[in-house]
Design a protein around this ligand. Structure first.
Ligand code: GRF
Length: 220
């Protein structure tokens, strides 16, 4: 049986596309039961429609508060039967009370080596700091922005003369592999969260897993 997931995306949706492609290639045993967005015009919704995946676009401005918006959104997510919610370029902060209803069942992909650079402009900040390495993280979602326990990271080198755009583009292909690997691990049950700790094959992780060159997650 395939593992049911919902994906939330606000824009382009290349991470969603990576999940759709991995599923189509047969390597990822998931069923994408819903793609939802806070932007009705998000390209991610159009891609989902093209693949006959159910979609939902909800406008935050039609709701009196963040809480009401998130409760409506996540009522739809729950009704979809999703066992996991994947935030893939979802650019809205989610109400803490709603997050608490999905313990260990919501993950986010973030373009930095967390805990470095939570929030926006991560590539710019890594370049400005003179970092030699950059990367992406997939983490379980907690009430703290980009602050939940990190499952795994992909690392890339920063080259002399790198621009923000070049770095972002080089990282994006690694993000796609990282997200597919993490969703696969959760679907297979090799990764889960317990009391704020990531368990890998049942044992607590003290450091995030690493994505290796063949796209597998390995212990650090
Ligand atoms: C990615 O860089 C992701 O890490 C960040 O937002 C971007 C979304 O890209 N959270 P896409 O919409 O999946 O193409």
């Amino acid at each position: 049986m395939s593992f049911p997931i919902a994906v939330l995306a606000s824009g382009r949706g290349s991470n969603l596309a990576a999940l759709i492609d991995a599923r189509a290639a047969g390597g990822l045993q998931i069923d994408i039961v819903l793609v939802a967005s806070d932007k009705a015009e998000a390209p991610a919704l159009r891609n989902a429609e093209a693949h006959a995946i159910p979609t939902l676009g909800l406008d935050p401005k039609s709701f009196a508060s963040r809480r009401e918006f998130d409760e409506a959104l996540f009522a739809n997510v729950a009704a979809s039967g999703a066992q996991l919610v994947v935030l893939a370029g979802y650019m809205r902060i989610i109400d803490a009370g709603v997050i608490a209803q999905w313990p260990g069942r919501m993950i986010n992909i973030h373009p930095s080596l967390l805990p470095k650079y939570p929030g926006l402009h991560t590539h710019r900040r890594a370049l400005k700091a003179g970092d030699l390495q950059h990367g992406a993280s997939v983490h379980f979602v907690s009430a703290e922005l980009d602050g939940g326990p990190v499952i795994a990271q992909a690392h890339i080198d920063i080259h002399p003369g790198d621009t923000e755009d070049a770095l972002a583009a080089r990282l994006l292909s690694q993000e796609h592999r990282l997200l597919v690997a993490c969703v696969d691990a959760i679907a297979r049950g090799t990764v889960r969260e317990h009391d704020g700790t990531v368990l890998f094959n049942g044992a607590p992780l003290s450091m995030p897993l690493r994505l290796n060159a063949s796209g597998s997650l390995i212990a650090p």
